[in-house]
Ligand binder design. Sequence first.
Ligand code: SAM
Length: 333
Amino acid sequence: MQAVLPLKTERTLAELNELRRQTAKEVTARAQLEFQKRQSDAPTIELQRAWFRSMRNVLEEVDTAVRCIPTRTPWYFLDIGCCPGGFSSYILNKNLFATGMGISLPVESGGHSFLLEDELHPRLDLHMADLTYYQLGPYPIADTRLQPLPFSDHQFDMVLLDGHPLRTAPESQGGGRKRMSDRLLVAQLVICLKAVAASGTLVIKLSKPERVVTAKIMYMMWILAADVATWKPVCMHATRDTFYFIAKGVGLGRGKALWAQWLWELQALWVQLTWGGSQGKGRTLEEEDFDFVVSTQEMRKYFGERLGALSRPIWEVQKQSMEGWKKAAADGF
Ligand SMILES: C[S@@+](CC[C@H](N)C(=O)[O-])C[C@H]1O[C@@H](n2cnc3c(N)ncnc32)[C@H](O)[C@@H]1O
């Protein structure tokens, strides 16, 4: 479900889309992407360490921009898709009173290794598990693959969602990548709305704010939370479509009464994505799946201006980074 909003008046987005089109055709860019894919499918330990440091820098950038992690207050966080561990490392080093729980795919299922500094291990409770196979439905489901969530509801001051679909994961094979990626997204949204405490903070990795599904997720958090912001890291993946969305004061927004209802709808959607479809083997997301939050028309009417303000800096950073990459490629790097 890749439908995009018709934001034709946005000049930066139009220029970015043109760059995306040109880059997709360029031999050098395609070759570099293929090389990066091969590297990330079987990363060396040096590369994994470099990712770990980069992820720490990414969260530092987000925190410097939006001030979301306190220095001294006791702080309990849930780090979803936590390996190699850069986010947890940043929080635990910054705040000596912080403790956390991390959930990440086991290495034998294609996940990344855990590289958190040894001395920080006692403050992070690590669960190596496939997060899409917890009991995430609105009612318990009799399926032996599902295990109970390792926490009780609304415990965490902060929830970070950075789970990323991996090509090496078994479910990604045989054309299942899109279905897996959609299940991963919705499973993470269920987990964050169950896990975050009232007035807590969410940090969510999303892709392309102009996508209808992305925009509706941003709208959902805008309604539930006291304040929202976006940040596109420049230290990593600046030419990619991903960015971080930060929601502070969850449950303090004007639509706080909708929290439980929207959580239930997301849980029902996760059931559909896992067991729905014509053969009962699950399905991919469809544009209307997020209509329980808001219709596309109403979202544009009430959220369009704010969506533009949240999106423009992301498009601008990606555009400038792609222009820089293009120039470097033309100059032979
Ligand atoms: C971009 S990395 C996250 C990096 C992390 N934020 C850090 O600071 O180091 C994405 C992570 O999502 C994990 N992941 C992907 N699919 C998952 C799944 N189904 N269940 C749990 N973790 C998953 C991967 O193993 C990988 O460690």
